[in-house]
Design a protein around this ligand. Structure first.
Ligand code: AP5
Ligand code: MG
Length: 238
């Protein structure tokens, strides 16, 4: 009897410690950041964007930020060791215990494998792949405006802020990211096709990938589709 109580206690602990890991995968400008925000609010899971983490390091002039800068500015991937360091540090924090939403990670097969090693058997991984043709992405990115204070994302034409260059949420200043020029975006797309796109087949083969077409559709419609995939996968009820 005592033995069973111990086993049940262990199972309960294991079940409670299982976490939900959601990956938003897609090319630059597909809407990873846009959809991560409402998802984070609804699922009460932290939103972890490796790009945002690097930008915050850069703002604080840390050694890591300074090392990453040249890659980001040129539209190249930051080397895996640096990315894994920054991610490991972030997901070890207590708010990630029940899971997290990854935006812009993994981007290489080495990163995908490193993440997998970290997950336990109970953890549930769901990948939402936001698909779009390259032709629409340059406009989305070159017109993007990001809040320098809270990180909210707007677009000069597709979703302008109420007041020019002012964030609707926190009244912070809207800025254009340094890597959001046409030249750098084109480079980022080449890198995406070479390094990150193979992950689509990788996650498809594991049966964890849901594809959502984000071309010519409004954000609310796309978000509803993301949500319905996650409801089907029981993420919302957990
Ligand atoms: P990161 O910051 O992750 O940039 P990214 O992946 O290139 O993606 P973006 O943030 O540009 O696009 P998004 O999909 O978030 O689109 P958004 O929602 O803003 O990375 C930057 C750099 O950091 C990398 O190039 C690399 O150097 C480095 N890095 C980061 N992670 C790394 C990693 N794991 N490994 C190595 N290096 C790494 O939307 C874009 C615009 O479109 C917005 O203006 C939005 O309002 C608009 N929009 C969104 N949806 C719609 C819609 N349905 N209709 C119309 N407009 C829309
Ligand atoms: Mg983003």
């Amino acid at each position: 009897m005592k033995k069973w109580i111990i086993i049940m206690a262990l199972l309960t602990t294991t079940f409670l410690s299982a976490s939900q890991v959601i990956i938003l995968l897609g090319p630059p400008g597909a809407g990873k950041g846009t959809h991560a925000v409402p998802l984070k609010d609804e699922l009460k899971l932290p939103h972890i964007s490796t790009g945002d983490l690097f930008r915050s390091h850069l703002k604080n002039k840390t050694e890591l930020g300074i090392k990453a800068k040249k890659y980001i500015d040129n539209g190249e991937l930051v080397p895996d060791e640096l990315v894994l360091d920054i991610l490991q540090e972030r997901i070890s924090q207590p708010d990630c215990k029940e899971g997290y939403i990854l935006d812009g990670f993994p981007r290489t097969s080495a990163q995908a494998k490193a993440l997998e090693k970290r997950l336990s058997k109970q953890d549930e991984l769901k990948v939402i792949y936001l698909s779009a043709p390259d032709s629409i992405l340059v406009d989305r990115i070159t017109g993007r405006q990001s809040c320098s204070s809270c990180g909210a994302v707007f677009h000069k034409t597709f979703s302008p802020s109420k007041k020019s260059l002012e964030c609707d949420h926190c009244y912070g200043k809207l800025v254009q990211r340094k890597d959001d020029t046409e030249e750098v975006v084109k480079k980022r797309l080449v890198v995406y096709h070479a390094e990150t796109k193979p992950l689509i087949e990788y996650y498809k083969s594991k049966g964890t990938l849901f594809e959502v077409d984000v071309n010519q559709r409004d954000k609310a419609e796309i978000f509803n589709e993301i949500k319905s995939h996650l409801i089907d996968a029981s993420v919302y009820s957990k």
